[in-house]
Design a protein around this ligand. Structure first.
Ligand SMILES: Cc1cc2nc3c(=O)[nH]c(=O)nc-3n(C[C@H](O)[C@H](O)[C@H](O)COP(=O)(O)OP(=O)(O)OC[C@H]3O[C@@H](n4cnc5c(N)ncnc54)[C@H](O)[C@@H]3O)c2cc1C
Length: 351
């Protein structure tokens, strides 16, 4: 039997907190493994890839997908092991203090410390409840807007009445041929200013209606027409469409903590109780990002980065009690010397 490979730290979740923790673990010379449920990294940033992010220090307004690219590049600096498409189902700890990370596939991962960076859990968009709708997901049925350009000059129907649906309706109105919005209630739920903008725009709103039927094109590949109806099916509208966007919110899966046979204290049903060092109620189990709750918590991408570095520093001290609980700043860290030379050389040759 192959001996267990024990890492210094397992990081669960590949959003901003997990990605920055991965990089920072490398800076602290820790052997690190990052485990993510989805096939792509980036966490919630993948929910709003085309939106501009303004509030990360030192970063000029940047689309979220670009921030993900940079985070992933940074996380890979020290060649961590990255495991994708893997759902962590529970975490246990043995009598000598080694953590086992259990996964849905039955594969186990071992480490001396664990950083929980699972955000609000595994997010899945709430799917349209119409039989056979999933076959259009490869063509013109969307749950996120990955590229605005895709909707240029098109007839777009958006279903939903919350912030995302209203934001996209307002944004797409400027580039699409026509935008329609259907919402099952009579009052939209978004920010007042965005609702006011929508009401003044050319977006055609159908309130108190929902998608009743999708009519496929003759080759059955795309949705060609959508039938909307009110609750009693007394009034219907048939709309010719090129693209359909569904913004019905998200379902979250977060059984990981409750399935784990270690006493992880919760601060709320959505968050783990911790402190400003990222420590949780279980020695060696740290938390970072949206999942962590403590006094003065900053629930932003910038806060996830701070949480990540802090959790790594304290995980380092936990594993090696003599190690400093602070890393050396990157400008003075000898480990970047060779990499810096390469970067300066490339900068010179690009001049
Ligand atoms: C629409 C929207 C807009 C936002 N805009 C901004 C903004 O402009 N500026 C800003 O600072 N913040 C913004 N935020 C908040 C920001 O996105 C979050 O604070 C940030 O993503 C938190 O990062 P995280 O790494 O803690 O969690 P997440 O980004 O949620 O990442 C968690 C990761 O863990 C994975 N995971 C969860 N459970 C498991 C499991 N059991 N096994 C394996 N993997 C698992 C998930 O798949 C996910 O990839 C916005 C959020 C939303 C929803």
């Amino acid at each position: 039997m192959k001996p267990k490979e024990i890492f210094d730290v397992s990081i669960i979740g590949g959003g901003p907190a997990g990605l920055f923790s991965t990089f920072y673990s490398g800076c602290r010379e820790m052997k690190v493994k990052l485990i993510e449920y989805h096939s792509v990294l980036g966490g919630k940033l993948n929910v709003y890839p085309e939106k501009l992010v303004w509030d990360v220090g030192g970063v000029v307004p940047t689309p979220a997908h670009q921030l993900v690219d940079h985070l992933v590049r940074q996380a890979n600096t020290f060649q961590p092991e990255i495991v994708l498409d893997t759902k962590v189902t529970s975490i246990s700890k043995d009598e000598v203090g080694i953590f086992t990370v259990h996964t849905q596939t039955g594969e186990e991962h071992y480490s001396k410390a664990v950083i929980l960076a699972v955000g609000g859990g595994i997010l899945q968009p709430t799917r349209l409840d119409i039989e056979g709708a999933e076959r259009f997901e490869v063509t013109n049925l969307h749950y996120t807007v990955k590229s605005l350009a895709q909707f240029k000059g098109k007839r777009v129907l958006i279903s939903g009445g919350g912030n995302s649906a209203i934001d996209w309706a307002n944004e797409l109105e400027t580039i699409a041929a026509k935008v329609y919005l259907t919402y099952r209630k009579d009052l939209l739920k978004g920010h007042e200013a965005e609702i006011a903008k929508l009401q003044k725009s050319s977006v055609q709103c159908y309130l108190n209606t929902k998608i009743e039927k999708l009519i496929a094109s003759p080759n059955h590949e795309t949705i060609q027409q959508v039938v909307l109806s009110d609750e009693n099916l007394t009034e219907t509208h048939s709309i010719d469409v090129d693209e359909v966007i569904i913004n019905h919110g998200f379902e979250r899966e977060r059984e990981l903590v409750e399935n784990s046979p270690i006493p992880i204290e919760m601060a709320s049903p959505r968050t783990v109780a911790g402190n400003s060092k990222g420590e949780t109620s279980v020695a060696g189990l740290f938390a970072a990002g949206d999942i962590l709750e403590h006094d003065g918590k900053l629930r932003l991408i910038a806060g996830a980065f701070t949480d990540g570095a802090t959790a790594v520093n304290h995980a380092k001290s936990y594993i090696e009690p003599d190690a400093s609980n602070r890393g050396i700043v990157s400008t003075h860290n000898e480990m970047f010397k060779v990499k810096n030379k390469e970067i300066f050389r490339t900068m010179q040759s690009n001049k």
